[in-house]
Design a protein around this ligand. Sequence first.
Ligand code: COA
Length: 159
Amino acid sequence: MSAVVNHELLHFRDMEESDLDQVMAIEEKVYPFCWTRAIFHDCMRVGYVCRIVETSEGLAGYGILSYGAGEAHVLNIAVHPAMQGRGIGRALLEQLLALAKRLNADTVFLEVRTSNHIAQRLYDTMGFNQVGVRRGYYPSTKGREDAIILARSLLDIDA
Ligand SMILES: CC(C)(COP(=O)(O)OP(=O)(O)OC[C@H]1O[C@@H](n2cnc3c(N)ncnc32)[C@H](O)[C@@H]1OP(=O)(O)O)[C@@H](O)C(=O)NCCC(=O)NCCS
């Protein structure tokens, strides 16, 4: 599956075990408290949607989506810091929403740190709305940080 974004060809495919070195390299760069390799491994093992996005420069990012009972949850989405701001994250999220729709979800949920304004802006412009707050959900350098819970209906999405 491919898409052209800002004149750049993006290729989407399923994550494989052999991607995990590069995935972990990105994960460790973008998050202060990042997932372990075992978490990615488990997500693939249990059959979550684990997608990779590639450009001509190589592996640019990844997204992880769980689903069931008419709901999907974006568990992780990240773009290599050197490739951010080029529309890749938005294209990846669009792809996750379309896949969620195909898997019969009617709503997608996700959590985002209160301090993560860049991701919040992306979600806001992608039609997500705040539906709650999880107090102290994330570890942080200052103790704990709240998560904003966002949701988006998929009724308007073409699968
Ligand atoms: C969130 C993330 C995936 C976005 O990926 P990206 O490829 O940089 O995003 P895009 O280039 O598609 O930009 C999408 C929107 O994000 C927002 N955005 C991106 N970079 C931004 C910046 N430097 N400042 C402010 N807003 C920004 C904008 O709303 C942008 O839309 P616009 O260009 O139409 O204004 C990426 O920043 C990332 O990997 N962050 C670290 C991991 C993370 O925080 N993941 C989310 C966890 S909930």
